[in-house]
Ligand binder design. Structure first.
Ligand SMILES: [Zn+2]
Length: 327
């Protein structure tokens, strides 16, 4: 009888006009300058985020118990727990609302805010020291990038092994390995993660800081200097978009916070090694060889160990973020 009463009440409530007003909120999409945007006022409650204007129509903070986002008008970057994350297009603000690119909700923000949880720990990591052999990579005052990416990979391999991970390298000597063969080697080894190691270079010696790249989502434009278009077809690695983004974000966070170096942001690029990866993959640009003070840092074995330790921390915080509690 009591059960029948409950069912009756439920039917009445479900059919009452009041329930129409409390329907599941919907994301409101708007088109602006040919781009698809989402109104943050409609998305924030769904994402469980509380908005607070720091400066009306200029700076907006969105927060839940795990993540704090800072949005700025006309910026292509969003600050996420203190770390820059690049978006596919600029944020727009007007009339006390913010517009976020629709593509970035699914491909950048949801992976960070609501990661799919797993209990499967990372076991085997494929480290990819950039360049090798006649491909020297960047050159600076007689020094070659290929040499320092290999030294970093060896140091990192040692520290990861000490932390209980298994490690394979795409090269352990100074030899040429084709770019497309590198993710293939990771797949053959059945690696759970692929981490490509590089050092940066720029025309201006003042450029400095750390960047972590993950594969550009299908339909978006990259943040590397390549200037490629947004209409690139879907790549093999796009199926890992969620994990790629999480790994890039947490790696960038670990590097910036542990090393205290300039934060150039978690970025997107369609580098061949990322396109072809069949597991979550990132490419780290550890520092600039073209910056005299960063170059000294790259060539120092003590600082290399610090960088390697920060990468280990990045892997561990990635595992924690996606729900791995025991290894
Ligand atoms: Zn390189």
């Amino acid at each position: 009888m009591r059960r029948l009463f409950v069912i009756l009440v439920w039917i009445l409530v479900a059919q009452s006009p009041a329930s129409a007003a409390t329907q599941t909120p919907r994301i409101q999409r708007v088109s602006f300058q040919g781009r698809d945007y989402v109104k943050v006022s409609s998305w924030a409650p769904i994402a469980g985020l509380t908005p607070r204007w720091l400066t009306p129509d200029k700076e907006l903070q969105l927060q839940n118990n795990k993540v704090t986002l800072h949005l700025s008008h006309d910026s292509r970057r969003i600050r996420c727990n203190g770390v820059w994350v690049w978006l596919s297009a600029p944020i727009l603000m007007r009339d006390r609302d913010a517009l976020l690119p629709y593509l970035d909700i699914a491909t950048t923000l949801n992976p960070i805010l609501a990661p799919t949880q797993t209990r499967r720990p990372v076991r085997l990591i494929c480290l990819d020291p950039g360049h090798g052999g006649d491909d020297t990579g960047k050159r600076q005052a007689g020094r070659h990038e290929k040499e320092y990416t290999l030294l970093l990979a060896k140091e990192l391999g040692k520290l990861l092994t000490r932390s209980g991970y298994k490690v394979v390298l795409t090269r352990s000597t100074d030899r040429r390995v084709e770019r497309m063969d590198r993710p293939l080697m990771a797949r053959q080894a059945k690696a759970d993660l692929f981490i490509s190691l590089h050092y940066n270079g720029a025309d201006v010696p003042s450029a400095q800081g750390v960047e972590v790249y993950s594969l550009t989502p299908a339909g978006a434009s990259s943040t590397n200097a390549g200037g490629e278009g947004a209409d690139h077809p879907v790549c093999v690695g796009n199926s890992w978009n969620e994990r790629n983004m999480q790994l890039a974000f947490l790696m960038q966070k670990a590097l910036v916070q542990r090393l205290g170096r300039e934060d150039r942001g978690a970025r997107r690029a369609r580098f061949e090694v990322l396109r072809e990866a069949t597991m979550p993959a990132v490419l780290i640009e550890g520092a600039f060889m073209s910056n005299p003070s960063e170059a000294r840092w790259i060539y120092s074995s003590t600082e290399r160990t610090r960088l390697a330790q920060a990468i280990v921390d990045g892997v561990k915080s990635y595992e924690k973020w996606i729900g791995v509690t025991a290894r």
